[in-house]
Design a protein around this ligand. Structure first.
Ligand SMILES: [Zn+2]
Length: 212
């Protein structure tokens, strides 16, 4: 597996679906990773409203069979804003810098769409039933869930300590370190971690050859 995108990519993409990946460890980080190659080309993979719906379904934040009304273009724009606000906060938190109040407000604005939403219905006997609306019934609700995940991460010091950006120079993957020791450096041992090991090994061999 290679996390890097092909050089020959035609940009902007027509659809980002083939380039989504799920190494973030939690929804907020997977969402931040939908803008790929942040270190180089800033490749947008939420290109269309169908991309957004498809991503939310793939992330299990919308039911797999969700086919609700088309997502307005405005919500796609707002979704990207939410994503970039999360990323600004992730980078600041990682650097130990103060968070940008505007980015925090953008995340906060989405929280009203998260959490429980009560629903009052009438059962067959005519009694009122106080229940809850389905967990994932709209894209806004799904984005609210992402915002809540980001807010939980950013607002909990023990979780802030596990925010990571992959240590590879040519990878911009954000991830949440769920390893027991909390010392994970690469988004994936199969790709970036392995590439780093191979490079280190080659460098050692070169040094040995030069020395001998
Ligand atoms: Zn990586």
């Amino acid at each position: 597996m290679d996390l890097d995108l092909p050089d020959a990519l035609v940009l902007p993409l027509e659809t980002g679906a083939p380039y989504w990946y799920w190494l973030g460890g939690r929804p907020a980080m997977d969402f931040a990773n939908t803008l790929r190659e942040r270190w180089r080309r800033q490749v947008e993979t939420l290109v269309t409203v169908d991309d957004l719906a498809g991503w939310l379904r793939a992330a299990e934040l919308l039911p797999a069979d969700w086919a609700g009304p088309a997502i307005p273009q405005k919500v796609l724009r707002q979704a990207r804003e939410l994503r970039e606000a999360i990323d600004v906060c992730v980078r600041a938190a990682l650097a130990g810098e103060p968070l940008d109040p505007a980015a925090v407000t953008t995340i906060d604005d989405w929280l009203v769409f998260a959490g429980a939403r009560p629903r009052l219905t009438v059962d067959a006997d005519g009694h009122a039933v106080l229940g809850e609306r389905p967990a994932a019934d709209s894209p806004r609700r799904a984005l609210g869930t992402i915002a809540l995940d980001a807010a939980t991460m950013l607002g909990t010091p023990a979780q802030v300590a596990r925010i990571r950006i992959c240590a590879a120079d040519d990878c911009s993957a954000r991830f949440y370190d769920r390893s027991p020791a909390g010392k994970r450096r690469w988004c994936s041992m199969q790709s970036c971690g392995n590439a780093a090991k191979v490079r280190a090994h080659r460098a050692r061999r070169r040094a040995e050859e030069t020395a001998s």
